[in-house]
Design a protein around this ligand. Structure first.
Ligand code: IPM
Ligand code: MG
Length: 356
């Protein structure tokens, strides 16, 4: 019997609808190829919804998301809405409501994109393959800050439960990889980081088969550039993870390439979204790179227990890139022959490669 998955779809704002359409086309191809079926449930949310209704995430969308097997989420937010309103309601709202505490962001350099990296060839010759595990439920993101004319404040809170479960996730992930975990904190200044570092040390003691290290976030932002191939699993707090994953995605060629999964191994559902924002300046012009969104579908298929299908998506992306197809953000100055294509064509080509 064909397995049917119920997928809530938040198209989002700006380039969201275009990249989500590309990702859905790829999923349709996967369904055909692997004998799966997807029921897509439209779940509107974001700045354009907020402008129409005064609410960025309605109860109806929230319950569709809660009931779905997985959620596809395009980027949300528009410059016409005060920063933070939509992000807090939709992105943080869903992560917190569904308790998706692990934000998992694999950053891998395709060898055919080596000359797209802003780093010198010798810095990336050993490849880049980092699994960022970002704490997604607490830290500076857990509370609404306060602001008035005299100043403003934000509070960072880390409970032992939140720290331990994300560290555990990272160590588990490392076991099926290169068995190294780097923890990133700012323990020389922040109490939350000091606590995090102590819990990390404890977890490291319990996993002698895993190589471990703790690095301050300022140093890490430098080491990532100096020697990105040193890192396997990087576990860090909510804000540091947000910043370092944008940095890392640039190292592999473009922010447009980075996928993300918001997970809780015990939750019924997961949410899958690219790293980047809604890029309204290039919306509706068919130039956005859909690969971060498409690779998020690979993570979704893995989560749904369909790793063969997930692998097929990954390989299809690689094939299309190896054939020399590029969106505008990954053209750079390269000697190899390339063809610059739009969002829609990139989606179609990946879908076609899935069917081969
Ligand atoms: C991300 C984004 C979000 C975050 C914003 C939109 C709230 O930057 O997913 O990386 O800070 O987590
Ligand atoms: Mg971010």
């Amino acid at each position: 019997m064909t397995q049917t998955y119920r997928i809530a779809v938040i198209e989002g704002d700006g380039i969201g609808p275009e990249i989500v359409t590309a990702a859905r086309n790829v999923l349709q191809a996967v369904a055909q190829r692997n004998g799966l079926s997807f029921e897509f449930i439209d779940a509107p949310a974001g700045a354009s919804v907020y402008q129409k209704t005064g609410q960025a995430l309605s109860q109806d969308t929230l319950s569709k998301c809660r009931d779905a097997d997985a959620i596809i989420k395009g980027p949300v937010g528009l410059p016409s809405v005060t920063p933070g309103v939509v992000e807090r309601e939709v992105v943080l709202g869903l992560r917190q409501d569904l308790d998706l505490y692990a934000n998992v962001r694999p950053i891998r350099l395709y060898s055919c994109l080596k000359d797209q990296s802003p780093l010198r060839a010798d810095k990336v010759e050993n490849g880049v393959d980092i699994l960022f595990v970002r704490e997604n439920s607490e830290g500076l993101y857990s509370r609404q800050g306060l602001k008035d004319d005299a100043g403003a404040t934000d509070v960072s809170i880390y409970s032992q439960k939140a720290v331990d479960r994300i560290l555990q996730y990272a160590f588990d992930a490392a076991k099926s990889r290169r068995k190294k975990v780097t923890s990133v904190d700012k323990a020389n200044v922040l109490k939350t980081s000091l606590f995090w570092r102590e819990r990390f040390q404890e977890m490291a003691n319990a996993h002698p088969d895993v190589q471990t290290e703790s690095i301050y976030v300022d140093a890490m932002s430098q080491y990532l550039i100096r020697c990105p191939s040193n890192y396997d699993v990087v576990v860090t707090d909510n804000l540091f993870g947000d910043i370092l994953t944008d940095e890392a995605s640039e190292i592999i060629g473009s922010l447009g390439l980075g996928p993300g999964a918001n997970l809780n191994p015990e939750a019924k559902t997961g949410m899958f979204e690219p790293l980047h924002g809604s890029a309204p300046e290039i919306a509706s012009s068919d130039v956005a790179n859909p690969i971060g969104m498409i690779l998020s579908m690979k993570l979704m298929l893995d989560f749904l227990g369909q790793p063969d299908a997930g692998k097929r998506v990954d390989q299809a992306v690689q094939t299309v890139l190896e054939q020399g197809y590029r969106t505008a953000d990954i053209v750079g100055n390269t000697s190899t022959s390339m063809q610059v294509i739009g969002t829609c064509r990139m989606g179609d080509l990946v879908a076609a490669a899935v069917l081969v």
